[in-house]
Design a binder for this molecule. Sequence first.
Ligand code: SAH
Length: 260
Amino acid sequence: MGKVWFVGAGPGAPDLITVRGTRLLASAGAILYTGSLVAETVLEWAAEGCEIADSKTMELTQVTDWLLTRAARHQTVVRLQTGDPTLYGVVAELARPLDAVGIEVGIVPGVSSAMASAAAAGECLTLPEVTQTVIFTRLAGRTAMPQAEALADLAKHHCTLCIFLSIERIATVAETLTEAGWTPEARVVVVHKATWPGEELVLRGRLRDIAGRCADAGIVRQAMILVGPALGARQRPAGVTSKLYDAGFERRFRGKGWRG
Ligand code: SAH
């Protein structure tokens, strides 16, 4: 029996996979990938004669079956996933049947699209004395959100939010945060296809206008939403924090002529 590796391919650019990931691809007897640019990464590194398949049309059980049968044939099998496999990657679901029959499983981290999006936009997700916390989250889709993790509740932390899988509901994201007390002037960065050669698009806006900007740009898929008080730090003079954008701060200090 071989070992099955869940490997992070990175956000899109073929040179953003880790060195460890490329070594595993080169030594793999079988590779199951997902996503079109991930395919390019595979083709760049896979050895001749390697069994390669796309899981695009497969159900979860078919993916598991594929991995099980290949692990019986090859010493190294790779399941290549976008970004980092531990985020929204259903690794637990896929690994459980492998664990059940004693097939060894390994995970190789990847550059998540959250990190790639921040880098593409030239932004930092943490800023001293402003926010030291980052939340990775999403709106409910086919997958429901656990009760305590509604966006309105997470918003109370006023930290950086990296919102996955939700771009088609950007208007709801903006509304929810505004209703939760964030100022409509809070900065939002949307990154479409971060690091994809020739296709990356960085859109900047505020809670009040970001949905319209996304609609104008036709961004409805494959995008990361970044929002929080660390954004735009490079455009502010040192020492002027985006606490100025905080609704409470505005109420307290508006009369004194502060403008973020
Ligand atoms: N494991 C992946 C996330 C998979 S969920 C990771 O770590 O990045 C799929 C979601 O990730 C998409 O809906 C989108 O929000 C985000 N995403 C994936 N690739 C992206 C990219 N290149 N640019 C922007 N967002 C991306």
